[in-house]
Each structure stands twice: as C-alpha cells, then as structure tokens.
Write a protein that binds this ligand. Structure first.
Ligand code: HEM
Length: 552
C-alpha cells in the first residue's frame, strides 16, 4: 500500500493553515485612525455576500446594528475595504471633496460591466480621471454631465417640454387605456408600462421611440431586475441572468435601429445635446446605443417605483385622499373652462357636444395645496433606498463632532440614504412613521420651534438625500419632482383607484441595485375608473409658464 508522505490530519491542518495565511494576506489591514471595523458574520466573505444578496438594504441593516459610529469600515475579500457613512456631518465632509471622494470610477465600471462598452469608450471615460486623480473638465463624462445638467435645469424650454409631454402622454395612454375598461390591473405594473412609454416618448420622440418596439420595454425591465448579476463576466451573466442578458441585447439592437433610421431628429434637446458631445469625442457608433441604457436607467429606475408608491399610499388612505382632493378640487373649480371645443359623443358622428378644456398649472396647485409636495417628499424620504457610491482617489481625513477618520486611497465609500432618513436624532421620534404633512411649511416651523426648545438639532439639508448629494446630486430631480406632482394631481382630479380584493394590502418591499426607491415584491390588483364628471373634460396639466402647451 502506498504510504502518504504526511498523515491525513496533519495534511488537513496544513491546508487550513495555508488557507488562514491566504485569508490573512488577502484581508485588508485596518489603520487605528480609520472608521471602526465591522467584522462580517460569515468570515471573510460575509459583507460581499450580504451586498450581493440584499443590495442597499444591507448597508441600512449594518448601519442599524452599529449605531455607535458615524462611519464604519467593512472588510471585503481580495484586500478591499468599504466605508459606510451615515451621519450628516461625515456625509457633508465627503460631499465637499468630489475630487478625492469620487463617483467617476463607478461610471467607468458601469460602462465596462453593465453597458459592455468597447475599450475605446472605456478609454474616453477613463480619461476623465487624470493621473493624480483629479477629474478633467473637458472629458467625455464631464461634458456629457454638463449638458445633461443644463438640459434638465428648471426654466429650460426643453425640460419644460419633456415634463408636459410625459404628463400628457401618461394621461392619454395609461389613464385613457384603463379608465372605463373596468378590468383589474396590477397598479405597479400599470405605472411601469405607462411611465416607461410616456417618459421615453417625451425624451426620444414618439414616432421612433425604441421602447415602443415589441419586447423592448419588457427587456429593459428585465435588465433592471438582473442588474447586479449583469455586472459579472458576460458568459457567466448569460447563464445566471438569461432574461436580463436577452433584454440588454434587444435594447441595444432597438437603439441601433433608432440611430440608423434618423430617430434622433425627433428627440428632445437632452438626447440631442448628449449625442453632440458623443460625436465631438468620437464615441464609436456601436457604443451610442449602450449609453442609452444608462439614460433609461436614470430616467426610469427610481421614478417608476416612486410614482407607483405615491399612488398606492394616497389612494389606499381614504382620509388622506379626501384632504388632498378637497384642496386640489377647490383650486381646479376656480379655473376658467374654455367651452370652444366640440367632440363627437360616443361614436355618434351626428351628435356633437361641447367639451370644456381646463388647463391646470401644477406649480400653482402645489403652492395652493402644500400637502401635495409634502406628501411626495415624504414618499421619497420613507421609501428611498438609494446609495451614493464613491471611490477614494487619495487618502482623506473627515471629521464628525471632534472625531477624525482616515479614509484610505483605493477604498469604496457608500452613503445610503435610508439610515439618514430614519435617524430619530434628525427627524424626531416619528422618524420611522410615514407622515404626509411632515414637509408642510407650518408643520416644519412648529417642529423647528419644538426642536429649538428641546435643544435638538435642526434637520440639515443633507438630512434628506432622496436625490443623493454633493457634486453628483441627481440632475433629474426637478424633472422627477415635477412629473410626480403633476401625475399625482392629475390622478386625484381625474380618477378613482380601488383594490380588486375589496381592501388594500401593502406589498412587501425589496431593494434593487439600479433603483433608488424600493420595489414591491408583488403587485396590487386595482380597478381604475374615471371620476364622475371628470371624463367629459379636456384636461391639460402643465407646469409654470407653459400655458400655451399642447393639449392631450
Ligand atoms: C424619483 C426619481 C429619482 C430619484 C429618487 C433619483 C435619485 C438619484 C440618486 C440617489 C442619484 C445618485 C446621486 C449621488 O451619487 O449622490 C442619482 C443620480 C442621477 N440621476 Fe436621478 N433620480 C431620479 C430621477 C431621475 C431622472 C428623471 C433623471 C433624468 C434623466 C435622473 C438622472 C440622473 C443622473 C444622470 C444621475 C447621475 C449623476 C452624476 O453622475 O453625477 N434621475 N439620481
């Protein structure tokens, strides 16, 4: 019999020792000045598994379990480290250092893994980070963001048009489609389809909108669902995320046809301005369609669940709906009705009747009914699960109430919004409660006075982070708020939403990497019908000075 050179228990011990050495070697060292270390429950891999499985919710859970420090260190496999910042002071300190606490490396990784861009585009994006880590102001990424920020500024004609067309299209397509049919629909699925079509029609042009091609809309949402898995190497992601991989390919093909067939001619200023920057920097033709996956993710990823939850939380709360309706109905009742439009009545061409046109300026509604904006802000406060992701390009020191923390070059930094939004030290004892009146000015004043009397801290601007913060603060925030306020106001005026089951049931929530707002695990079956008297009106919901805009 062949004798083993080493007895079995000794070999096992040796192997374990080698593994221990390997893990020790690959476990990052912790400097005493760095934020306190949180060891994972499953040695070595624990945090990585948690992040992969639970996304942003994992950060909130770790923060909740470790309330003693405003910033924490999470060791990751392969010698990597992630800092988790949760206090407004540390967060503001990080936000103030965009050159060293940078988002740019994530953009490069996103383009490489999710958009699967060619090496030439990766090179162009990487050029935004010069050798010493300072972002360049003339690179592809910096210029693209600059034109996007400009195009999405309040008051920009293009931006106003996008809001108006999105709201009108949602009214025409989504509301017009279900009202009167009497059929049950899944509320969140209905919002998803209606908003995807409406928002992309407004941005890419209705005629050539690639999201209207068969299967592309569904494919896009499969990509969002499989987002984390699509970041793996393509051969692997095709196996473990087949729906997302197919959806991504279908999306790219549809956008390739869009550019090839001159779809850009009818696009919004936002898309045309981005395209001009791409041309200027020589982005390869086959990468154009890939960057649009990034645009659609930003445009819809958070907006769709946020709108779905807004409608759910409003229509499932009879008392809240009543208060909202009283305010908005009173405002709308005062508006002039233009009786000059004739419409044929229900297919009978000989019988025509006058249909009044009512133009509702939602900015004025929001001024007259502060509950509307307060409600939407509270939806975002309580259901946001977004995370500002950053990368340390140099060693940096940040402080909080006299304590200083060293953040090392090459580490990740995550700023999840949820722990800040649920911090009782900022929001008071009702921090965890959904309070639609929280942001109504009178209530805010009362709260501030009370906080002053109790010597408590005022909620700082960085305490509400639904749209992130600092240099990378969401440039679509005005668009998003205007569209949400307009669509909520329109639904209040025009529709009734009732649960098919007889009573409302709140769905469980899950967080997805690509969405800044939690998603429902299951949809809620509802019936949507027109409010009595609302169907024979030609409604126009506009924002601010666009009273001359196109009617539905
Ligand atoms: C309710 C809807 C929305 C929410 C909650 C939301 C939230 C966010 C958050 C949390 C970030 C990351 C900010 C950071 O890193 O600190 C972000 C970034 C971004 N958002 Fe939004 N967003 C919404 C709608 C939109 C819309 C409609 C657009 C329009 C295109 C948009 C475009 C962008 C872009 C381009 C970025 C990247 C900014 C950069 O790289 O500097 N977002 N958004």
């Amino acid at each position: 019999m062949l004798a083993l050179p080493v007895p079995l228990p000794a070999a096992a011990a040796l192997a374990l020792f080698a593994l221990y050495l390997l893990i020790t070697f690959l476990t990052p060292r912790h400097h005493p000045q760095e934020p306190p270390l949180v060891r994972p429950k499953i040695p070595y891999f624990g945090h990585a598994i948690g992040i992969f499985r639970h996304g942003a919710r994992y950060y909130s859970d770790v923060a909740r379990q470790n309330p003693h420090s405003p910033i924490l260190t999470l060791p990751l496999p392969l010698n990597r480290k992630l800092y988790l910042a949760t206090s407004p002071a540390v967060i503001s300190a990080c936000d103030r250092r965009p050159k060293t606490v940078s988002f740019a490396p994530y953009v490069v990784e996103f383009a490489r893994r999710i958009l699967a861009c060619s090496s030439s585009s990766i090179h162009l994006l990487s050029a935004d980070l010069s050798r010493d880590g300072r972002p360049s102001h003339a690179g592809l990424r910096a210029e693209t963001m600059a034109v996007m920020r400009r195009a999405l500024m309040p008051g920009e004609v293009g931006m106003e048009r996008v809001v108006r067309e999105t709201v009108a299209s949602f009214g025409r397509g989504a509301v017009g489609g279900v009202v009167g049919s009497g059929e049950g629909v899944g509320l969140f699925g209905w919002v998803r389809k209606g908003m995807t079509v409406a928002a992309t029609d407004a941005v890419y042009g209705r005629g050539g909108n690639p999201l209207r091609e068969r299967g592309v809309l569904e494919g896009f949402w499969d990509v969002e669902q499989d987002f984390a898995r699509l970041g793996l190497p393509p051969a692997l992601s095709a196996v473990i995320a087949p729906a997302g991989s197919r959806g991504r390919t279908r999306f790219f093909q549809a956008f390739r046809r869009y550019y090839a067939s001159g779809g850009l001619d009818t696009a919004s200023h936002l898309i045309k301005a981005r395209h001009a920057v791409h041309q200027k920097h020589g982005v390869a033709a086959h990468d154009l369609e890939r960057f649009d996956l990034g645009v659609c993710t930003a445009l819809l990823g958070s907006m769709v669940p946020a709108l779905g939850w807004s409608l759910f939380l409003l229509f499932s709360d009879a008392a809240l709906l009543k208060r909202m309706r009283e305010g908005i109905d009173a405002f709308v009742a005062e508006l002039p009705r233009e009786e000059d439009q004739l419409a044929s009545s229900d297919g009978d061409e000989n019988k025509e009747e006058a249909v009044p046109t009512v133009t509702v300026n939602v900015r004025e509604v929001a001024d007259a009914v502060p509950l509307l904006e307060s409600f939407v802000r509270e939806v975002l406060r309580t259901l946001t699960n977004g995370t500002s992701a950053r990368f340390l390009l140099r060693d940096t020191v940040v402080d909080d109430s006299g304590s200083t923390y060293l953040l090392k070059k090459g580490c990740f930094l995550m700023i999840p919004a949820a722990p800040v939004h649920r911090d009782a030290a900022l929001w008071g004892p009702t921090a965890e409660v959904f309070d639609p009146d929280r942001f109504v000015p009178e209530k805010q004043q009362q709260q501030q006075q009370q906080q002053q009397q109790e010597g408590a801290r005022k909620v700082p601007a960085s305490g509400w982070r639904a749209f992130g913060g600092g240099h990378n603060l969401c440039p679509g925030r005005h668009l998003a708020m205007r569209e949400m306020l307009s669509i909520v106001a329109m639904m209040v005026v025009r529709c009734e939403i009732e649960p098919c089951e007889g009573s409302w049931r709140t769905p469980e929530k899950v967080s997805h990497v690509s969405a800044g707002v939690v998603m429902p695990v299951e949809d809620v079956r509802v019936r949507i019908r027109s409010r009595e008297g609302a169907e024979r009106v030609n409604w126009r919901f506009v924002w601010e000075a666009e009273v001359g805009g196109a009617a539905e």
